[in-house]
Design a binder for this molecule. Structure first.
Ligand code: 5GP
Length: 173
């Protein structure tokens, strides 16, 4: 049975989201913002973040990159499983990620979105795991920073399990 060590507790998650949502709302005041969630891991984070934003014009879309499957080690070959549906040309886009680890997924997704000619692309991540970064990538809005470890809960899975846990745990197999 894996061991679950709490890393980010419920109150902390909501405190961090409130802080980041206030910064995003201030930065995009008076503009339309398109939130693009990265499936599946960011679905709970995006739902909570979106409800904390005070902007009047928000649209929401999703895309999906390939997952780890039942592995806990990042793959360097990233495939796009689902593309955005909205027309983002000339729009301000905020890519909403669960975790930025090596940065490879994010780099690939940003390049992909830029191909549609948006006005801007910024990144909001629930967790920034900076110590394992392989490519320099800017996380414009980060809720929590962790050093290492494989995390589950609050949208994050291990082999599709544990996404529904209300807090974020370090899972030790
Ligand atoms: P990267 O390409 O930055 O190495 O990995 C990003 C993706 O890997 C994330 O969107 C997430 O799906 C997955 N990932 C990275 N670290 C973790 C982790 O600690 N737990 C889980 N469940 N997924 C992770």
């Amino acid at each position: 049975m894996p061991e679950f060590i709490p890393v980010v507790e419920k109150e902390d998650i909501h405190r961090q989201i409130t802080r980041v949502a206030a910064a995003i709302s201030a930065d995009y005041e008076g503009r339309e913002l398109i939130l693009i969630g990265v499936l599946k891991g960011a679905f709970i984070f995006l739902a909570d973040l979106a409800r904390c934003l005070t902007l009047e014009k928000i649209k929401i879309d999703f895309l999906q990159a390939s997952s780890y499957g039942a592995d806990t080690v990042s793959s360097e070959n990233i495939a796009l499983k689902k593309d955005v549906d909205l027309d983002i040309r000339g729009k301000d886009v905020l890519l909403v990620e669960d975790i930025v680890d090596t940065g490879l997924t994010l780099t690939r997704l940003i390049a992909h979105l830029k191909g549609f000619g948006p006005r801007s692309v910024r990144v909001c991540a629930m967790i920034d795991k900076r110590e394992r970064r392989k490519v320099a990538v800017a996380v414009d809005y980060a809720c929590s920073t962790v050093a290492d470890g494989f995390l589950v809960g609050y949208g994050l899975d291990y082999a599709e399990n544990f996404r529904n846990l209300p807090e974020i745990y370090h899972m030790k197999l």
